[in-house]
Ligand binder design. Structure first.
Ligand SMILES: *Cc1c(COP(=O)(O)O)cnc(C)c1O
Length: 360
């Protein structure tokens, strides 16, 4: 507390990120980082940029990165004018809250979704209303049929791992043509079947903004790069906010690394496939131990055990140097969220959970 704080600062409840403990041999399955390092091309590109000169400012428009992203999504008619990039997707989301989601009707999001949204609402003084998930933790599109100044949720959702299909996202868009709908696709590259990126819908829905991050499926949580794709007018709105706040948001090294990450599509697909395969057998092992595992479209699983307290399992894992995420909140406190690591890490995690669940 300080007399020098503004009124808003007094009232903030800042986001608490998952722990990043500096403990040797820790199996870290608590923040959905990718267990595999980035493509070797990313490291080469960063080293090359490093030995050029850091004396100068980077390109404030990050054009090379916008082009690489537009090229990646070219089949959907995306060009650079549809792409925004920022220093993490948290920052991109912040610009969207500030520039696109503050109107005189409440912003809607599910009661259980990415924990940052209500925090941005407080920071930017945006009125919001949370819409409860169904009993089974899925999102009901019909429950969003309320007057609103915008809609946002993570698809796939966090921390549930459940997702709407592309057809369901489009039916939501068809019902809300007069407000901005933001789909936070931090985990979309781990999805399967009819759950696909909504980037494909942008040409038909000028009110849709899709955000993504390089932190999860592109192995680069340390680089801090995120992006948004949408109609050029939405992107221009984000640019106006960004250029009123942090014009050089993407630094020289991040720019070089992020371009290389988008260009190495083979490495990217290979990592995503490995994680999906690990997720499949790990989910199955948890089911065999008696857990209920929500079907995951992400690089984590959300699971609860009918006879064992999640908090005790969390502590038991931690004693064996395995860190997972436990949320001490209503509706979430009987679950563990476990990020998908390497096969070896997940075998160890499953072995400890077997002991903990079979102990009397
Ligand atoms: C991880 C995550 C983000 C943040 O990504 P960064 O680019 O690392 O800031 C945003 N939304 C959701 C749903 C996430 O899980």
């Amino acid at each position: 507390m300080s007399q020098f704080w503004s009124k808003i600062v007094h009232e903030l409840n800042p986001y608490i990120p998952g722990e990043q403990p500096q403990v040797a041999n820790l199996i870290k399955l608590n923040t959905n980082e990718n267990p595999y390092g980035p493509s070797p091309n990313v490291i080469d590109a960063i080293s090359a940029a490093n030995s050029q000169n850091l004396r100068k400012y980077p390109d404030p428009n990050a054009n090379a990165l916008k082009s690489a992203i537009a090229h990646y999504y070219r089949e959907f008619g995306i060009t650079s004018s549809n792409v925004f990039v920022g220093n993490s997707s948290d920052e991109v989301l912040g610009h969207a809250f500030k520039g696109l989601l503050k109107h005189d009707k409440p912003l809607l999001f599910p009661d259980i979704t990415y924990g940052f949204y209500p925090i941005y609402c407080d920071l930017f003084e945006i009125e919001y209303q949370s819409v409860p998930l169904r009993e089974d933790y899925s999102i009901s599109i019909d429950d969003f049929s309320l007057e609103n100044g915008g809609i946002i949720f993570a698809n796939p959702n966090a921390p549930t791992g459940l997702a709407l299909t592309l057809a369901q996202v489009e039916s939501l868009l068809n019902k809300h043509k007069n407000s901005v709908v933001v789909m936070d696709e931090a985990y979309i590259d781990f999805s399967t079947g009819d759950v696909r990126t909504a980037v494909e819908l942008i040409s038909r829905h000028p009110n849709l903004l899709v955000t993504q991050t390089l932190s999860k499926a592109r192995n680069l949580a340390g680089l801090r790069v995120g992006l948004a794709i949408g109609d050029a007018t939405l992107i221009e709105g984000l640019e106006r906010v960004k250029n009123s706040f942090h014009p050089y948001a993407i630094d020289t090294l991040a720019l070089a690394g992020a371009v290389a990450a988008f260009e190495d599509t083979a490495y990217f697909s290979q990592c995503c496939e490995k994680i999906k395969a690990t997720r499949a057998w790990f989910s199955e092992s948890l089911t065999q131990l008696g857990f209920d595992v929500l079907p995951s479209h992400t690089n984590f699983v959300f699971a609860n055990h009918p006879h064992k307290e999640a908090k005790a399992l969390f502590t038991g894992l931690r004693e064996q140097n395995i860190l997972v995420r436990y949320f001490d909140k209503p509706r979430l406190d009987h679950f563990l969220r476990i990020s998908i690591g390497t096969d070896t890490e997940m075998q160890q995690c499953a072995a400890v959970l077997k002991r903990l669940t079979q102990a009397p």
